[in-house]
Design a protein around this ligand. Structure first.
Ligand code: GDP
Length: 534
């Protein structure tokens, strides 16, 4: 076994064994199936099929909305914890659809690594590429799983080459597939000189593993027909010559990705991948914050909110703030300081997400994700500490790309709409703007589908039918600068000014030309398409 690298050698063992990661993939590559198998091996569920809700619904139980089931997309992210091989895995689910990229981006600020799932027949698809770019911005280590090897797939070298070319990252094979499609037998484990054979008869069974002594071991011939064995020897020899060897440090730095080949639906290759995440994935990392960064081994507890989700469970009409623990050893009942408001908060009912069931979290270590039920005090970007005024940085909010006005179907209920929209704004599900002139709200999102999700949720959760209609604006920019310059600008452009749900000033227009003009006429102002959540 290769040595694994650790860039924080002094971590307490409980923290060192944590691996917090997300799965990135293009829809249909097999993320849900792989998640099920993780949970199966992690002992979180008895039968992989249980993750999919009964009947025709085909999503994991981490998805709560009817809409998701209807559409077959995962709208809400959630976190799942499970143990495997002495490691504690925290898997943070990312919404798969491109319309939710902002949510996904923020989710990726809460993990230390990503598992990239690609379909062996399709290679690197558009959504994978986009998500990969986001990971790269943060130098996140990436481990790759090439799925669906039980089907006709591309040549192994082609797949590896495509990843290297498209994503500009070194790829090192951790396993090598034997045969393709119907002839796919299993993989040669390049790291441990083992043969992993796939059992097609039982999808939930652990694959057969045969220990061998290199590629010349006569035992190989007992399991692999001659022509495939010859091909395997040739390919592995070529791979060892042409492709870089596994360098754990380079993996941790995000320059190299090890790739495992498998078939999630047949539970094949999944355990090897899990061991890989354990052995080569990063431990909890240092968190960027102001005025100083936060190290996981610090005794004092700190954490930050990266996601807020309301009405997750119709039985508990609450909202849950997902908090990534950045340091220390948290115990239930602790009083933490909510840095933004400087108020103490007793965290008495933190939740740990074990597969589909919520459980009270008695404790949590740096790296863990806990859910804190609350009534709206906790917002995305908030930091919790044991008193120190630290503020986690790097959690962005993007200017929406689509703007529509939102009206209540029943005018008598208009004031409830206010409340509903504010809630979704705090969840980060939409931007809500109150125009200075005129009535109503303008809602901003990144993708069209989000309007539909919002309309359906407002109706479902608030009993309030709403209509979204075209707005006169198409772009929004946050305005900052010296107070007098901001005031002068606002006074001269009232028709274009709104306040966002934090009360910050936003300039709206339909012309890029206007934005350029403001930049020219008001050199002291900054018009910005992103703002830090705080
Ligand atoms: P997601 O959209 O990425 O979550 O993908 P899913 O896990 O829902 O899988 C998409 C489809 O591919 C489903 O019909 C799965 O049954 C199928 N699938 C997943 N893994 C495999 C695999 O290893 N082999 C084959 N043949 N099909 C798979």
């Amino acid at each position: 076994m290769l040595d694994t690298a650790s860039n924080r050698p002094d971590l307490p063992p409980e923290i060192a064994r944590r691996r917090t990661f997300a799965i990135i993939s293009h829809p249909d590559a097999g993320k849900t199936t792989l998640t099920e198998k993780f949970l199966l091996y992690g002992g979180a569920i008895q039968m992989a099929g249980q993750v999919r809700a009964k009947g025709e619904a085909r999503r994991t139980r981490s998805d709560f909305m009817q809409m998701e089931k209807d559409r077959g997309i995962s709208v809400s992210a959630s976190a799942m914890s499970f143990d495997f091989d002495n490691f504690r895995f925290n898997l943070v689910d990312t919404p798969g659809h491109s319309d939710f990229s902002e949510d996904t981006y923020r989710t990726l600020t809460a993990v230390d690594a990503a598992v990239m799932v690609i379909d062996g027949a399709k290679g690197v698809e558009s959504q994978t590429q986009k998500l990969f770019e986001v990971c790269r911005l943060r130098d996140l280590p990436i481990l790759t799983f090439c799925n669906k090897m039980d089907r006709e797939s591309r040549e192994t070298f082609d797949i590896i080459d495509e990843i290297q070319q498209n994503l500009a990252i070194d790829v090192t094979p951790a396993s090598w597939p034997i045969g393709v499609g119907r002839d796919f037998l299993g993989c040669y484990d390049m790291l441990n000189d083992r043969l992993e054979l796939m059992d097609r008869a039982d999808r939930n069974v652990v694959a057969e593993s045969v220990s061998i002594d290199g590629l010349d071991d006569p035992k190989l011939a007992e399991h692999i027909p001659e022509h495939l064995l010859e091909q395997l020897r040739e390919e592995v020899e070529m791979a060892r010559e042409l492709l870089p060897a596994l360098d754990p440090q380079s993996v941790l730095e995000g320059h190299m990705t090890p790739i495992w080949f498998g078939s999630a639906i047949n539970s094949f290759g999944v355990q090897e991948l899990m061991k890989g995440i354990g052995n080569f994935g990063p431990q909890p990392q240092v968190q960027a914050a102001e005025p100083r960064q936060i190290a996981p081994e610090e005794k004092k507890v700190a954490g930050f909110v990266f996601k807020v989700q309301a009405n997750m469970d119709p039985k508990h009409r609450d909202r849950v703030a997902f908090v990534r623990m950045a340091s220390g050893h948290f115990k239930r009942g602790m009083k933490l300081t909510h840095v933004r408001s400087k108020k103490p908060m007793a965290i008495s009912n933190p939740v740990l997400f074990l597969a589909s069931d919520r459980e009270l979290a008695e404790e949590a270590w740096a790296g863990d994700i806990i859910g804190i039920p609350n009534h709206g005090q906790l917002r995305i970007g908030d930091t919790l500490t044991e008193g120190e005024a630290l503020r986690v940085t790097g959690i962005p909010s993007f200017a929406p790309e689509l703007l529509q006005t939102c009206r209540a179907g029943d005018p008598l209920k208009a004031k409830h709409l206010d409340k509903a929209l504010m809630q979704f704004a705090e969840e980060g599900a939409a931007k809500v703007f109150k125009p200075m002139m005129g009535a109503g709200f303008i809602v901003g999102v990144v993708g069209q589908l989000q309007f539909e999700v919002l309309a359906s949720r407002i109706e479902l959760e608030y009993g309030l039918p709403v209509r979204f209609e075209a707005s006169q604006f198409t772009s929004a920019r946050w305005v900052t600068g010296p107070q007098d310059a901001v005031d002068a600008f606002v006074n001269a452009n009232k028709q274009h000014i709104s306040h966002d749900n934090d009360g910050d000033i936003v300039y709206m227009t339909r012309l890029q030309w206007d934005i350029d003009r403001v930049a020219r006429d008001y050199p002291d102002l900054t018009l910005s398409a992103t703002k830090e959540m705080q």
